[in-house]
Design a binder for this molecule. Structure first.
Ligand code: CP
Ligand code: NVA
Length: 310
């Protein structure tokens, strides 16, 4: 039997697979818009297990699974009681007998990895505390469609060195883009994530830079990226974090320091008035967030086709 393909972390995938997935997403988008879609997952079922809240990811996976001809099975964490009512091992083994793949949003990356280890169906990371690879695919598609070739472009991530930043760094490393993080001291990305990306960046002639002054970070950026300062599960850190992050807001002043062609995006949900202002969010000639949100649909369909080998 062929090895089961998962999307646990973007860094696990080769450049070729990533590029192929982005191209598939662009093709699926075109097919949907021109009424030429096919249903390559006809007759299959995909389980969806979400421990954290979601608007975009849960909707686009559900719609995308249906568009591909498969049936989405929404699994309730409260009902399953993973690790409490039943062991992770047994849940993974049972699910593998009924559904053809599993889309998981959970706190611990380890849970995702255990589901992948004990089941024999593809597991897709729909966000963990550590990574958000599906967001990276939609971001890449949005860059390709709005900015052009990846090679040599510069992504400036303004904010927390978080799960989204980690997957974007891996994306940049694989596709030959420079990655800049602007964050308060102490909120950098984990050392292991950076060390894994550095050889790939160097191989492609790209740079990883960290600034504690956002003004320095935007000067050569092709796109500025924003995410919430306090991620899901970190709510207890809100008060202590917010004061540190106040200077790391994408606003008109910061944007004016970037090159004139520079775009902005945000994975959403946005906390308007915190990490990004209304004026930038509502400037649709610059803000690509809604296109990126649309591309979640096409990217997720492409990821499912990739892991299921269709
Ligand atoms: N960007 C993103 O993953 O959105 P949701 O949390 O709403 O799914
Ligand atoms: N970093 C954010 C991303 C939300 C899509 C979080 O984990 O809450």
């Amino acid at each position: 039997m062929d090895k089961v393909q998962h999307l646990l972390r973007l860094a696990d995938w080769s450049e070729e697979r990533i590029v192929d997935t982005i191209e598939t997403a662009i093709r699926l988008k075109e097919e949907l818009k021109t009424g030429c879609s096919t249903t390559p997952l006809q007759g299959k079922s995909i389980g969806m297990f979400f421990e954290k809240p979601s608007l975009r990811t849960i909707t686009t996976f559900q719609v995308g699974i249906a568009q591909l001809g498969a049936f989405p099975v929404i699994l309730s964490p409260d009902s399953i009681g993973l690790g409490k009512r039943e062991s992770i091992k047994d849940v993974a083994r049972c699910l593998s007998r009924w559904v053809n793949g599993l889309v998981v949003r959970c706190f611990e990356q380890k849970l995702l990895e255990e589901l992948a280890e004990y089941g024999n169906i593809p597991v897709v990371n729909a966000l963990t505390d550590d990574y958000h690879p599906c967001q990276a695919f939609a971001f890449a598609q949005t860059i390709r469609e709005n900015i052009g070739d990846f090679q040599g472009k510069t992504v400036a991530f303004i904010g927390d060195g978080n799960n989204v930043a980690n997957s974007f760094l891996a994306l940049c490393a694989k596709l030959g883009m420079n990655f800049t993080l602007a964050c308060p001291a102490g909120y950098e990305q984990p050392k292991a994530v950076v060390e894994e990306a550095l050889p790939e960046l160097t191989k492609r002639g790209c740079q990883y830079r960290v600034f504690h002054d956002p003004k320095e970070a935007v000067r050569d950026a092709d796109i500025l990226y924003s995410d919430v300062w306090v991620s899901m599960g970190q709510e207890g850190e809100k008060a202590s974090k917010q004061s540190h992050f106040l200077p790391f807001q994408i606003n008109d002043e910061l944007l004016s320091l970037a090159p004139s062609h520079c775009k902005v995006s945000h994975c959403l949900p946005a906390h308007r008035g915190e990490e990004i202002t209304d004026s930038v969010m509502d400037n649709l000639s610059v803000n690509l967030s809604y296109e990126e949100a649309e591309n979640r649909l096409h990217a997720h369909k492409a990821v499912l086709c990739q892991v299921l080998g269709v």
